[in-house]
Design a protein around this ligand. Structure first.
Ligand code: MG
Length: 407
């Protein structure tokens, strides 16, 4: 025991880069790092806008490089000079890429929100960094490209998303041929028991109240529409290289069973824990070691009941859309995601009602099906085949335009 501990202590610290350090996953990652100062060194941080939090993180963790959006860089440099801090500041997409590829770092936590995360993640993979992936969009938009790049570079992608991390932990070193299916659990969000007829009256404040998880606004709305689970089905397809028909969804309101894997012999293995993002983050940071996450331990006697339900696909049509866009292939998932980002943004600004998100996304999937069956695909080949990131971005743009025109 003592021996193992010493070996751990003498190991060189793992250099970590966090892309999106001021968001919910970024903050939780730094919290796990604080619990394990003997193991980790923060080499780089990047964020979009929140430079007041970033400057605190710089003071606490002393990274070598940071990056922010162009318009925040001058203010950040001023704050750094005033405080006499020694850190290199870069800006914009080239800056985020520079941080992602910082030479001494071995693990990149990809926690940026949205499509802006893809290029830095791809660059980090090309530089052979292990990726702890929280940025769903990189897999949803360009899963085929990202996984191919990771395989080519021998890079491991560790999933931070709690469901995928649970599957990753449950699969361990099992032969993929032994797998029958995986089951993504879903809390069902705040409107699980609300009749569909009342969806038209849902307010922003109601949609922002997630029963179990404390997360950013975008993902909280995505949980309320179950678009989050839709994106997670797509994510699972790429991460675990499985047929979408092998991905099932099960409603589990307590968010204790984070997902499960069922093998051919009908054995089901699951990972459980309190709903605390520090658990999957600690799993990724420490892998293959187990480290302190800072989360409280599960007390099932206190939880009392774990319940499960089949999802209502009529109410949450977003779940069906995952299988539809995966069958359409190419940039179709990117188009759906782009449209959803626009719609959530409009809903957060109180410009459209909640129900409109479902309606527009459903129209978009129908439009994609029509295009695939018509001759018009030649004008938008990227919707059904992507060969490079720009194809995924074109499909994303197509989805955004579709949503804006629909509103
Ligand atoms: Mg999740």
């Amino acid at each position: 025991m003592v021996c193992r501990r010493n070996r751990g202590m003498n190991k060189e610290k793992k250099g970590i880069v966090i892309l999106g350090s001021t968001g919910s996953v970024g903050v939780n990652t730094l919290s796990v790092i604080s619990q394990n100062p003997e193991r980790f060194r923060v080499d780089g941080l990047s964020c979009h806008n929140n430079i007041s939090l970033l400057i605190e993180q710089i003071e606490t963790f002393s990274p070598k490089v940071v990056s922010v959006s162009e318009h925040q860089a001058p203010a950040l440099r001023k704050m750094i000079n005033e405080r006499n801090l020694s850190v290199e500041v870069s800006e914009g997409l080239p800056g985020h890429i520079e941080v992602a590829c910082y030479q001494n770092a071995s693990l990149v936590v990809a926690a940026m929100v949205g499509a802006a995360g893809i290029e830095p993640v791809m660059a980090a993979i090309r530089h052979q960094k292990t990726i702890a992936l929280a940025n769903k969009e990189s897999l949803v938009l360009a899963g085929s490209l990202l996984i191919a790049e990771a395989e080519q570079n021998g890079v491991q992608i560790l999933p931070i998303d709690s469901e995928h991390n649970a599957i990753f932990q449950s699969l361990r070193d099992e032969n993929p041929d032994h797998l029958d299916h995986i089951t993504l659990t879903a809390s069902g969000g705040p409107f699980r028991t609300l009749p569909k007829t009342r969806f038209k009256d849902i307010t922003l404040e109601e949609a922002l109240k997630h029963p179990n998880w404390d997360m950013g606004k975008k993902i909280t709305i995505d949980s309320a529409t179950m678009m989050n689970k839709c994106l997670e089905i797509i994510e699972a397809k790429w991460l675990f290289r499985i047929d979408p028909n092998q991905v099932k969804v099960l409603i589990h309101p307590q968010s204790i069973v984070h997902s499960m894997v069922t093998f051919k012999d009908a054995s089901t293995i699951s990972q459980m824990g309190t709903p605390d993002m520090r658990i999957p983050i600690a799993n990724c940071l420490g892998y293959p070691d187990r480290i302190i996450s800072g989360s409280s331990f599960l007390n099932l006697a206190e939880t009392g009941t774990l319940s499960f339900e089949t999802p209502d696909l009529d109410k949450f049509s977003t779940l069906r859309m995952a299988y539809d866009v995966l069958a359409l292939g190419g940039g179709s998932p990117a188009a759906l995601n782009g449209a959803n980002e626009v719609l959530v943004d409009l809903f957060l600004k109180k410009k459209i009602p909640f129900i409109r998100i479902f309606e527009v996304l459903s129209d978009l999937v129908q439009q994609l099906k029509n295009l695939k069956n018509s001759l018009q695909t030649n004008e938008t080949p990227y919707l059904f085949e992507i060969n490079q990131i720009s194809d995924a971005m074109s499909a994303d743009g197509w989805g955004r335009d579709f949503a804006l025109q629909a509103i």
